[in-house]
Design a protein around this ligand. Structure first.
Ligand code: ATP
Ligand code: MG
Length: 362
Protein backbone atom coordinates (compact mmCIF):
# COMPACT_ATOMS: atom_id res chain seq x y z
CA UNK A 1 0.00 0.00 0.00
CA UNK A 2 2.83 2.40 0.79
CA UNK A 3 4.98 1.36 -2.14
CA UNK A 4 3.22 3.77 -4.48
CA UNK A 5 4.01 6.57 -2.12
CA UNK A 6 7.65 5.61 -1.70
CA UNK A 7 8.05 5.49 -5.44
CA UNK A 8 7.09 9.13 -5.93
CA UNK A 9 9.50 11.36 -7.78
CA UNK A 10 10.81 14.51 -6.13
CA UNK A 11 7.99 16.84 -7.08
CA UNK A 12 6.44 18.38 -4.00
CA UNK A 13 2.93 17.18 -4.69
CA UNK A 14 2.45 14.49 -7.33
CA UNK A 15 -0.98 14.24 -8.95
CA UNK A 16 -3.27 11.47 -7.75
CA UNK A 17 -2.70 9.50 -10.96
CA UNK A 18 1.06 9.61 -10.33
CA UNK A 19 0.94 8.91 -6.62
CA UNK A 20 -1.51 6.03 -6.96
CA UNK A 21 -0.40 4.80 -10.38
CA UNK A 22 0.17 1.25 -9.14
CA UNK A 23 -3.26 1.01 -7.53
CA UNK A 24 -4.96 2.41 -10.60
CA UNK A 25 -3.14 0.04 -12.89
CA UNK A 26 -3.92 -3.01 -10.76
CA UNK A 27 -7.59 -2.06 -10.48
CA UNK A 28 -7.96 -1.53 -14.21
CA UNK A 29 -6.16 -4.80 -14.97
CA UNK A 30 -8.37 -6.85 -12.66
CA UNK A 31 -11.56 -5.12 -13.77
CA UNK A 32 -13.78 -7.16 -16.06
CA UNK A 33 -16.99 -5.21 -15.49
CA UNK A 34 -18.40 -3.03 -18.26
CA UNK A 35 -16.79 0.39 -18.62
CA UNK A 36 -18.64 3.44 -19.82
CA UNK A 37 -17.16 4.70 -23.10
CA UNK A 38 -13.89 6.56 -22.56
CA UNK A 39 -13.48 5.34 -18.97
CA UNK A 40 -10.31 3.72 -17.71
CA UNK A 41 -12.24 1.38 -15.41
CA UNK A 42 -15.77 0.38 -14.42
CA UNK A 43 -17.83 2.51 -12.02
CA UNK A 44 -17.48 -0.25 -9.40
CA UNK A 45 -13.70 -0.13 -9.67
CA UNK A 46 -13.73 3.67 -9.36
CA UNK A 47 -15.69 3.36 -6.10
CA UNK A 48 -13.24 0.73 -4.83
CA UNK A 49 -10.37 3.06 -5.70
CA UNK A 50 -12.02 5.84 -3.68
CA UNK A 51 -13.08 3.82 -0.64
CA UNK A 52 -10.28 1.24 -0.63
CA UNK A 53 -10.67 -2.52 -0.36
CA UNK A 54 -9.01 -3.00 3.03
CA UNK A 55 -6.05 -4.71 1.34
CA UNK A 56 -4.04 -3.32 -1.55
CA UNK A 57 -6.20 -0.34 -2.36
CA UNK A 58 -5.96 2.45 0.20
CA UNK A 59 -9.04 4.43 1.22
CA UNK A 60 -8.95 7.95 -0.15
CA UNK A 61 -12.40 9.00 0.96
CA UNK A 62 -13.75 8.01 4.36
CA UNK A 63 -17.50 8.39 4.48
CA UNK A 64 -20.74 6.96 3.13
CA UNK A 65 -20.25 4.57 0.19
CA UNK A 66 -23.59 5.58 -1.27
CA UNK A 67 -22.41 9.14 -1.87
CA UNK A 68 -19.48 7.93 -3.91
CA UNK A 69 -21.72 5.57 -5.85
CA UNK A 70 -24.07 8.41 -6.71
CA UNK A 71 -21.15 10.63 -7.71
CA UNK A 72 -19.61 7.99 -9.95
CA UNK A 73 -22.94 6.95 -11.48
CA UNK A 74 -23.69 10.60 -12.30
CA UNK A 75 -20.48 10.90 -14.26
CA UNK A 76 -21.52 7.96 -16.41
CA UNK A 77 -24.64 9.88 -17.50
CA UNK A 78 -24.98 13.07 -19.49
CA UNK A 79 -25.25 15.12 -16.33
CA UNK A 80 -22.33 16.80 -14.67
CA UNK A 81 -21.41 16.42 -10.99
CA UNK A 82 -21.48 19.18 -8.39
CA UNK A 83 -19.76 18.42 -5.10
CA UNK A 84 -21.12 20.72 -2.45
CA UNK A 85 -20.19 21.06 1.21
CA UNK A 86 -18.69 23.17 3.95
CA UNK A 87 -14.93 23.82 3.81
CA UNK A 88 -12.63 20.87 4.36
CA UNK A 89 -15.10 18.10 3.51
CA UNK A 90 -12.85 16.66 0.78
CA UNK A 91 -14.65 18.14 -2.25
CA UNK A 92 -11.44 18.98 -4.06
CA UNK A 93 -9.83 15.76 -2.94
CA UNK A 94 -12.67 13.57 -4.18
CA UNK A 95 -12.84 15.47 -7.46
CA UNK A 96 -9.14 14.90 -8.08
CA UNK A 97 -9.39 11.17 -7.37
CA UNK A 98 -12.50 10.75 -9.50
CA UNK A 99 -10.77 12.37 -12.47
CA UNK A 100 -7.63 10.30 -11.89
CA UNK A 101 -9.54 7.02 -11.78
CA UNK A 102 -11.93 7.73 -14.64
CA UNK A 103 -9.68 9.58 -17.10
CA UNK A 104 -6.18 8.94 -15.76
CA UNK A 105 -5.74 12.71 -15.68
CA UNK A 106 -6.73 15.02 -12.85
CA UNK A 107 -4.98 18.10 -14.23
CA UNK A 108 -7.67 19.50 -16.52
CA UNK A 109 -8.55 22.04 -13.88
CA UNK A 110 -10.08 25.50 -13.84
CA UNK A 111 -9.74 27.37 -10.55
CA UNK A 112 -12.83 29.47 -10.12
CA UNK A 113 -12.45 32.96 -8.70
CA UNK A 114 -14.30 36.24 -9.02
CA UNK A 115 -11.84 37.05 -11.80
CA UNK A 116 -12.15 33.83 -13.83
CA UNK A 117 -12.48 34.94 -17.46
CA UNK A 118 -14.50 33.26 -20.16
CA UNK A 119 -11.24 32.10 -21.79
CA UNK A 120 -10.64 29.80 -18.82
CA UNK A 121 -13.83 27.89 -19.65
CA UNK A 122 -13.72 28.12 -23.45
CA UNK A 123 -10.56 29.15 -25.26
CA UNK A 124 -8.24 32.10 -25.67
CA UNK A 125 -5.78 33.25 -28.29
CA UNK A 126 -2.04 33.25 -28.56
CA UNK A 127 -1.84 36.90 -29.55
CA UNK A 128 1.53 36.69 -31.28
CA UNK A 129 0.19 33.98 -33.55
CA UNK A 130 -3.17 35.66 -33.92
CA UNK A 131 -1.44 38.81 -35.19
CA UNK A 132 0.90 36.88 -37.46
CA UNK A 133 -1.52 34.28 -38.83
CA UNK A 134 -4.97 35.60 -38.15
CA UNK A 135 -7.48 33.33 -36.41
CA UNK A 136 -6.14 29.87 -37.16
CA UNK A 137 -6.53 26.63 -35.24
CA UNK A 138 -2.90 26.95 -34.18
CA UNK A 139 -3.52 30.32 -32.58
CA UNK A 140 -6.27 28.97 -30.32
CA UNK A 141 -5.28 28.38 -26.71
CA UNK A 142 -7.58 25.63 -25.49
CA UNK A 143 -8.97 25.82 -21.97
CA UNK A 144 -8.81 22.73 -19.76
CA UNK A 145 -12.50 22.21 -20.55
CA UNK A 146 -11.84 22.27 -24.29
CA UNK A 147 -8.96 19.84 -23.89
CA UNK A 148 -11.15 17.51 -21.85
CA UNK A 149 -13.82 17.63 -24.57
CA UNK A 150 -11.26 16.75 -27.24
CA UNK A 151 -9.77 13.86 -25.33
CA UNK A 152 -12.92 12.53 -23.70
CA UNK A 153 -11.73 13.25 -20.18
CA UNK A 154 -13.09 14.77 -16.99
CA UNK A 155 -12.67 18.54 -16.58
CA UNK A 156 -12.64 19.92 -13.06
CA UNK A 157 -13.94 23.31 -12.05
CA UNK A 158 -13.07 24.40 -8.55
CA UNK A 159 -15.29 26.80 -6.62
CA UNK A 160 -17.82 27.24 -9.42
CA UNK A 161 -20.01 29.58 -7.38
CA UNK A 162 -17.20 32.14 -7.12
CA UNK A 163 -17.19 32.49 -10.89
CA UNK A 164 -19.23 35.44 -12.24
CA UNK A 165 -22.63 34.31 -13.53
CA UNK A 166 -22.06 35.21 -17.16
CA UNK A 167 -18.86 33.16 -17.19
CA UNK A 168 -20.64 30.25 -15.49
CA UNK A 169 -23.21 30.33 -18.25
CA UNK A 170 -20.59 29.59 -20.90
CA UNK A 171 -20.88 26.05 -19.54
CA UNK A 172 -24.50 25.76 -20.63
CA UNK A 173 -23.89 24.84 -24.27
CA UNK A 174 -20.96 22.71 -23.30
CA UNK A 175 -23.03 20.68 -20.86
CA UNK A 176 -26.27 20.45 -22.81
CA UNK A 177 -25.07 20.29 -26.41
CA UNK A 178 -21.65 18.78 -25.61
CA UNK A 179 -20.11 21.14 -28.08
CA UNK A 180 -17.98 24.26 -27.97
CA UNK A 181 -18.34 26.51 -30.98
CA UNK A 182 -15.33 28.48 -32.20
CA UNK A 183 -17.08 31.05 -34.42
CA UNK A 184 -13.81 32.74 -35.43
CA UNK A 185 -12.81 29.54 -37.21
CA UNK A 186 -16.30 28.54 -38.26
CA UNK A 187 -15.71 25.33 -36.35
CA UNK A 188 -16.78 23.57 -33.22
CA UNK A 189 -15.22 21.11 -30.83
CA UNK A 190 -17.54 18.20 -30.20
CA UNK A 191 -16.99 16.39 -26.94
CA UNK A 192 -15.60 12.89 -27.25
CA UNK A 193 -17.24 10.13 -25.19
CA UNK A 194 -15.85 10.09 -21.68
CA UNK A 195 -16.05 13.87 -21.33
CA UNK A 196 -17.81 15.25 -18.28
CA UNK A 197 -17.41 17.97 -15.68
CA UNK A 198 -16.93 17.85 -11.92
CA UNK A 199 -17.48 21.16 -10.18
CA UNK A 200 -16.98 21.92 -6.51
CA UNK A 201 -18.69 24.64 -4.52
CA UNK A 202 -18.44 25.75 -0.98
CA UNK A 203 -21.56 26.03 1.17
CA UNK A 204 -20.13 29.13 2.75
CA UNK A 205 -20.07 30.91 -0.61
CA UNK A 206 -23.77 30.42 -1.01
CA UNK A 207 -25.24 33.59 -2.41
CA UNK A 208 -21.97 34.86 -3.82
CA UNK A 209 -22.77 33.82 -7.38
CA UNK A 210 -25.61 31.36 -7.11
CA UNK A 211 -25.71 28.84 -9.95
CA UNK A 212 -28.36 29.84 -12.44
CA UNK A 213 -31.28 27.44 -12.44
CA UNK A 214 -30.52 26.54 -16.05
CA UNK A 215 -27.02 25.49 -15.06
CA UNK A 216 -28.12 23.76 -11.89
CA UNK A 217 -30.42 21.52 -13.91
CA UNK A 218 -27.38 20.18 -15.73
CA UNK A 219 -25.70 19.10 -12.53
CA UNK A 220 -26.44 16.35 -10.05
CA UNK A 221 -25.46 17.60 -6.62
CA UNK A 222 -23.74 15.44 -4.05
CA UNK A 223 -23.37 17.04 -0.63
CA UNK A 224 -20.26 15.90 1.21
CA UNK A 225 -21.01 15.87 4.95
CA UNK A 226 -18.77 16.68 7.88
CA UNK A 227 -17.70 13.43 9.57
CA UNK A 228 -20.57 12.07 11.66
CA UNK A 229 -18.65 10.87 14.69
CA UNK A 230 -15.44 11.58 16.57
CA UNK A 231 -14.16 8.12 15.60
CA UNK A 232 -14.72 8.75 11.93
CA UNK A 233 -13.00 12.10 12.05
CA UNK A 234 -10.08 10.70 14.06
CA UNK A 235 -9.67 8.01 11.42
CA UNK A 236 -9.65 10.54 8.58
CA UNK A 237 -7.09 12.73 10.32
CA UNK A 238 -4.90 9.77 11.35
CA UNK A 239 -4.86 8.38 7.87
CA UNK A 240 -4.17 11.64 6.07
CA UNK A 241 -1.53 12.69 8.57
CA UNK A 242 0.29 9.39 8.16
CA UNK A 243 0.30 9.67 4.42
CA UNK A 244 1.27 13.35 4.41
CA UNK A 245 4.05 12.55 6.88
CA UNK A 246 5.36 9.92 4.49
CA UNK A 247 5.29 12.19 1.50
CA UNK A 248 6.98 15.02 3.43
CA UNK A 249 9.47 12.39 4.60
CA UNK A 250 8.93 13.23 8.25
CA UNK A 251 10.29 10.53 10.55
CA UNK A 252 7.64 8.10 11.80
CA UNK A 253 5.90 9.58 14.81
CA UNK A 254 4.57 6.96 17.20
CA UNK A 255 1.40 7.33 19.24
CA UNK A 256 0.19 10.45 17.53
CA UNK A 257 -3.33 9.12 18.08
CA UNK A 258 -3.69 10.67 21.55
CA UNK A 259 -3.09 14.13 20.17
CA UNK A 260 -5.17 13.48 17.06
CA UNK A 261 -8.08 12.57 19.29
CA UNK A 262 -7.52 15.73 21.30
CA UNK A 263 -7.40 18.04 18.27
CA UNK A 264 -10.51 16.43 16.80
CA UNK A 265 -12.34 16.63 20.13
CA UNK A 266 -11.55 20.32 20.60
CA UNK A 267 -12.55 21.13 17.02
CA UNK A 268 -15.80 19.21 17.16
CA UNK A 269 -16.84 20.60 20.53
CA UNK A 270 -16.18 24.17 19.45
CA UNK A 271 -17.84 23.64 16.07
CA UNK A 272 -20.94 22.17 17.65
CA UNK A 273 -20.99 24.59 20.59
CA UNK A 274 -21.38 21.71 23.03
CA UNK A 275 -19.04 19.40 24.93
CA UNK A 276 -18.95 15.75 23.85
CA UNK A 277 -20.84 14.69 26.98
CA UNK A 278 -23.59 17.14 26.07
CA UNK A 279 -23.31 18.90 29.45
CA UNK A 280 -21.68 22.23 28.70
CA UNK A 281 -22.76 24.77 26.12
CA UNK A 282 -19.89 26.57 24.40
CA UNK A 283 -19.50 29.59 22.18
CA UNK A 284 -18.34 28.79 18.66
CA UNK A 285 -15.43 30.71 17.15
CA UNK A 286 -15.61 32.41 13.76
CA UNK A 287 -13.37 29.95 11.90
CA UNK A 288 -14.64 26.70 10.38
CA UNK A 289 -12.36 24.29 12.30
CA UNK A 290 -12.65 21.79 9.49
CA UNK A 291 -11.19 18.32 9.27
CA UNK A 292 -8.68 19.77 6.83
CA UNK A 293 -7.50 22.22 9.50
CA UNK A 294 -7.21 19.42 12.06
CA UNK A 295 -4.98 17.60 9.57
CA UNK A 296 -2.74 20.61 9.19
CA UNK A 297 -2.51 21.22 12.96
CA UNK A 298 -1.41 17.59 13.39
CA UNK A 299 1.09 17.72 10.53
CA UNK A 300 2.73 20.81 12.03
CA UNK A 301 2.70 19.11 15.43
CA UNK A 302 4.51 16.12 13.99
CA UNK A 303 7.10 18.31 12.32
CA UNK A 304 7.70 20.08 15.64
CA UNK A 305 7.96 16.80 17.53
CA UNK A 306 10.30 15.17 15.08
CA UNK A 307 12.62 18.11 14.47
CA UNK A 308 12.61 19.85 17.83
CA UNK A 309 11.24 17.30 20.27
CA UNK A 310 11.95 13.68 21.07
CA UNK A 311 9.85 12.33 18.21
CA UNK A 312 6.62 11.86 20.17
CA UNK A 313 3.84 14.36 19.56
CA UNK A 314 2.76 15.89 22.83
CA UNK A 315 0.24 18.46 23.91
CA UNK A 316 2.80 21.24 23.57
CA UNK A 317 3.30 20.41 19.90
CA UNK A 318 -0.35 20.90 19.03
CA UNK A 319 -1.46 23.57 21.50
CA UNK A 320 -0.19 26.55 19.50
CA UNK A 321 -1.57 25.12 16.26
CA UNK A 322 -5.01 24.60 17.77
CA UNK A 323 -5.01 28.09 19.16
CA UNK A 324 -4.02 29.45 15.73
CA UNK A 325 -6.93 27.63 14.09
CA UNK A 326 -9.43 28.73 16.72
CA UNK A 327 -8.40 32.34 17.19
CA UNK A 328 -8.98 33.97 13.81
CA UNK A 329 -10.51 37.11 15.19
CA UNK A 330 -8.06 38.28 17.80
CA UNK A 331 -10.72 39.77 20.05
CA UNK A 332 -13.87 37.65 20.08
CA UNK A 333 -12.25 34.29 19.28
CA UNK A 334 -9.63 34.83 21.98
CA UNK A 335 -12.45 35.09 24.51
CA UNK A 336 -14.06 31.91 23.21
CA UNK A 337 -10.76 30.07 23.42
CA UNK A 338 -9.96 31.27 26.94
CA UNK A 339 -13.41 30.22 28.09
CA UNK A 340 -12.98 26.77 26.53
CA UNK A 341 -9.66 26.31 28.29
CA UNK A 342 -10.98 27.37 31.68
CA UNK A 343 -14.33 25.61 31.65
CA UNK A 344 -13.54 22.46 29.67
CA UNK A 345 -9.84 21.69 29.21
CA UNK A 346 -8.83 22.54 32.76
CA UNK A 347 -11.30 20.18 34.41
CA UNK A 348 -10.97 17.26 32.04
CA UNK A 349 -9.16 14.09 33.13
CA UNK A 350 -5.85 13.63 31.38
CA UNK A 351 -5.89 17.12 29.88
CA UNK A 352 -3.63 18.86 32.44
CA UNK A 353 -0.67 18.82 30.06
CA UNK A 354 -2.77 20.30 27.28
CA UNK A 355 -4.25 22.97 29.50
CA UNK A 356 -0.80 24.02 30.66
CA UNK A 357 0.66 24.04 27.15
CA UNK A 358 -2.28 26.01 25.82
CA UNK A 359 -1.99 28.60 28.57
CA UNK A 360 1.69 28.98 27.79
CA UNK A 361 0.89 29.46 24.12
CA UNK A 362 -1.46 32.36 24.90
N1 ATP B 1 -14.17 12.27 4.61
C1 ATP B 1 -12.88 12.42 4.30
N2 ATP B 1 -12.15 11.37 3.85
C2 ATP B 1 -10.85 11.51 3.53
N3 ATP B 1 -10.17 12.67 3.59
C3 ATP B 1 -10.83 13.75 4.03
C4 ATP B 1 -12.21 13.68 4.41
N4 ATP B 1 -12.59 14.90 4.82
C5 ATP B 1 -11.52 15.71 4.70
N5 ATP B 1 -10.46 15.03 4.22
C6 ATP B 1 -9.12 15.57 3.97
O1 ATP B 1 -9.17 16.96 4.14
C7 ATP B 1 -8.28 17.60 3.26
C8 ATP B 1 -8.93 18.82 2.65
O2 ATP B 1 -9.94 18.45 1.79
P1 ATP B 1 -10.33 19.36 0.54
O3 ATP B 1 -9.29 20.37 0.26
O4 ATP B 1 -10.71 18.45 -0.54
O5 ATP B 1 -11.59 20.10 1.12
P2 ATP B 1 -12.65 20.99 0.36
O6 ATP B 1 -13.96 20.41 0.70
O7 ATP B 1 -12.28 21.14 -1.08
O8 ATP B 1 -12.50 22.35 1.13
P3 ATP B 1 -12.65 23.86 0.60
O9 ATP B 1 -14.12 24.15 0.59
O10 ATP B 1 -11.93 24.63 1.65
O11 ATP B 1 -12.02 23.93 -0.76
C9 ATP B 1 -7.83 16.58 2.25
O12 ATP B 1 -6.49 16.30 2.50
C10 ATP B 1 -8.67 15.36 2.54
O13 ATP B 1 -7.90 14.23 2.46
MG1 MG C 1 -11.69 22.74 -2.26
Amino acid sequence: MTSTIDATPTVLRPHAEQLYAAELEALAAADDLPRPPGWRMSPQAVVTYLLGDGKDVSAKYIGPRRLMEVAVATLATDRALLLLGVPGTAKTWVSEHLAAAISGDSTLLVQGTAGTPEEAMRYGWNYARLLAEGPTAGAVVASPVMRAMRTGAIARIEELTRVPSDVQDTLLTILSEKTLPVPELGEEVQAVKGFNVIATANDRDRGVNELSSALRRRFNTVVLPVPGTVEEEVEIVAQRVASLGRSLELPEVPDAITEIRRVVTVFRELREGLTADGRTKLKSPSGTLSTAEAISVMTSGMALASHFGDGTVRAADVAAGIRGAVVRDTVSDAVVWREYLETVARERDGWKDFYRAAREAE
